[in-house]
Ligand binder design. Structure first.
Ligand SMILES: [Zn+2]
Length: 620
């Protein structure tokens, strides 16, 4: 059985910039307490030694899975209990490391977990081929013969489902070793884009000199001075443009590797291979792309509004990052928590009470500190304990939003872990951003109610509009590009960096309405594709867009008070990984293969823009 170590749902794309000055963390509730996981590092070590001694016991079941229902159950019991203990060890080591990356023993413990993961994978590697060899009928008969196998029904039948795309032992062995070669493009990208690029330095209009590496670009692209922004874009993207050929070779190699893996496994396309893991219908991906294009007028309306609010009539690509409304309103932690808790009340008493006890418990590492990792994530993999959240709270509204977002993930894990046995609890990434998005929508709704002025309301509306652009439209645009480059290779075509810039440029111009006179795309920024790390994880980003569309739809129904809306939504969270994620969401009334959820997100953006325009009209 595969061991996806999705211990943490990182905020990745949404991670905020490097936080301001570290804050004192005298409040014990601002620090997580890891002792419910292990009382000390010594007890972690003891548990790890124990698990290492247990893993070889899997060997006793090799060649025997079809012997009887009882044998299969014992093998599954052992494997999943090892996996559960392993996750708990992993959570402790990762949280410990991320709290202080300068602590060498923590780093070493995290590395030991990496080694242990491969030991576990090797010890259980016979399971899938053996289950496949038994065949569907035999596996179903065994499951029917022992009620203790019921909780393994879905995972076992998932293995069987993969049979047509699983090769013989020898070929699987060869394929497994190709991983050593096919991961080269991603490593190459990593090194070049993060370490070896000759990052430019520029002088800003006030005379300060700034280095435009990835972090510098992230910071300065939103600077309020337009001439500075333009200079930042010109310098940063011309550097990528210079290396377009080299990045092109890397991404071409990645796309070829994706197609190699798909075709040897007898898939008609790389997309089909990528979606098959979670049994996502291809129509979900294609509907996302066609619906995003159909709803571009909404995105263009946003850009026009942005231009108007920034006082810019000839909008350029370097005008998309500065906030359209600024606010220096501060939300000290206690206030931030209270707002997030008040915001989730529409989800019902039980949810709200559990959410409050998570937010107020010692489950979160709250403030930035030297050595702590940046950004925010939730880790819900310690099944018997509770979820943990790492964030970097800075008193801004973003931080309040992060509490709502991350503890949305946390509640998803908590409810799934309570409702499902361990083998069925872990939910798919395809639906992971639903719970976080729903909470963000509820938070905005609450903030608009408690806001004391139109300016404050404008700020919340503006920031949520920008989030929807970044998390829905931009990710859907990446998804369109990703599909296009894979299709070129599948038809036997070649891809150079220049070709990719040309393809990306066409999509970029269409999405940003160049023809409609909405925004001008400078030819230099068409090298942006070279900067996106997610293209080295095939067909990954679309899941952000689809789950955000679903989350917005659920939240909209909940806020309208539609009958059954809360129950349907909580049903998705409680379902965990007990079924295919597309089916879980569809059963709750949101079919991601239809235009409905994508239209809902456009409607939501339009309603936010209506509110902004009404406020602007009042002000003038
Ligand atoms: Zn998230």
């Amino acid at each position: 059985m595969k061991l996806p170590l999705i211990a943490a749902l990182t905020l990745g794309l949404l991670a905020s910039a490097v936080p301001a000055a570290p804050q004192p963390a005298a409040d014990p509730a601002a620090n997580w307490d890891l002792t419910p996981l292990y009382a000390s590092t010594a007890s972690w070590q003891a548990a790890k030694d124990h698990l290492n001694a247990e893993i070889p016991k899997m060997k006793a079941f090799q060649g025997r899975l079809g012997e009887s229902a009882a044998t299969l159950r014992q093998a599954m019991d052992l494997m999943f209990s090892l996996k559960k203990d392993f996750y708990r060890l992993a959570v402790y080591s990762f949280l410990n490391r991320d709290e202080n990356t300068r602590d060498t023993p923590s780093l070493e413990r995290a590395q030991e977990i990496g080694l242990m993961e491969s030991t576990f994978a090797q010890a259980t590697s016979f399971v899938n081929p053996e289950v496949i060899a038994l065949g569907e009928a035999k596996v179903k008969a065994l499951i029917a013969a022992d009620p203790g196998l019921a909780q393994y029904r879905f995972p076992l039948l998932e293995i069987v489902r993969a049979a047509p795309h699983t090769l013989g032992a020898e070929a699987e062995g060869v394929l497994a070793s190709t991983g050593l070669v096919t991961d080269a493009p991603a490593s190459f990208y990593q090194i070049l884009a993060n370490a070896d690029m000759p990052w430019p330095s520029i002088k800003l209009s006030d005379g300060t000199s700034v280095l435009l590496d990835q972090a510098g670009y992230g910071k300065w692209r939103a600077t309020p001075n337009r001439a500075d922004r333009q200079a930042v874009f010109k310098a940063f993207w011309s550097t990528f443009h210079e290396y377009e050929r080299t990045f092109g070779v890397a991404l071409f190699a990645q796309v070829k590797a994706d197609w190699f893996n798909a075709s040897v496994r007898k898939y008609p396309s790389s997309l089909a291979a990528a979606l098959d893991g979670n049994d996502i219908p291809e129509s979900v991906y294609r509907t996302l792309i066609t619906q995003t294009n159909a709803n571009l007028p909404t995105l263009h309306r946003y850009f026009r509004l942005r231009g108007r609010m920034l006082g810019i009539s000839d909008l350029q690509y370097w005008d998309i990052y500065p906030p359209i409304v600024k606010s220096d309103k501060a939300f000290p932690l206690a206030e931030g928590k209270a707002l997030a808790i008040a915001a989730v009340q529409p989800l019902g008493k039980d949810y709200a009470a559990q959410f409050a006890s998570c937010v107020n418990g010692r489950y979160t590492s709250v403030y930035p500190r030297p050595g702590k990792v940046s950004g925010a994530y939730m880790d819900g993999a310690a099944y018997d304990v509770h979820p943990y959240v790492l964030m970097n709270y800075t008193d801004g509204y973003d931080s309040v939003s992060t509490i709502a977002h991350e503890w949305g993930h946390g509640m998803h894990s908590l409810l799934a872990n309570h409702a499902q046995p361990f083998p069925l609890a872990d939910y798919s990434l395809f639906i992971a951003e639903i719970a976080s998005t729903t909470n963000e929508v509820l938070l905005l709704d609450h903030m608009l109610k408690v806001a004391q002025s139109d300016d404050e309301r404008l700020y919340y509306l503006g920031s949520s509009l920008e989030r929807m652009r970044a998390t829905f439209f931009r990710q859907a645009m990446f998804a369109e590009f990703e599909l296009a480059i894979h299709e070129v290779v599948e038809k036997g075509g070649a891809l150079s960096g220049a070709k990719m810039s040309q393809m990306y440029g066409e999509i970029l111009r269409r999405h940003h309405g160049q023809k409609e006179g909405v925004m001008t795309i400078d030819p230099m920024v068409t090298a942006e594709w070279a900067y996106i790390p997610h293209f080295y994880r095939d067909f990954y980003v679309y899941q952000y867009a689809t789950s955000i569309a679903a989350g917005s739809t659920f939240a909209g129904r909940i806020l309208k008070g539609e009958p059954g809306a809360v129950e349907n939504y909580l049903g998705v969270l409680k379902a965990g990984g007990s079924d295919h994620p597309y089916d879980i969401v569809k059963r709750a009334g949101v079919d991601l293969a239809t235009p409905v959820p994508y239209q809902a997100i456009a409607e939501r953006m339009n309603s936010i823009m209506d509110q902004i325009e009404a406020i602007l009209a009042r002000k003038h």
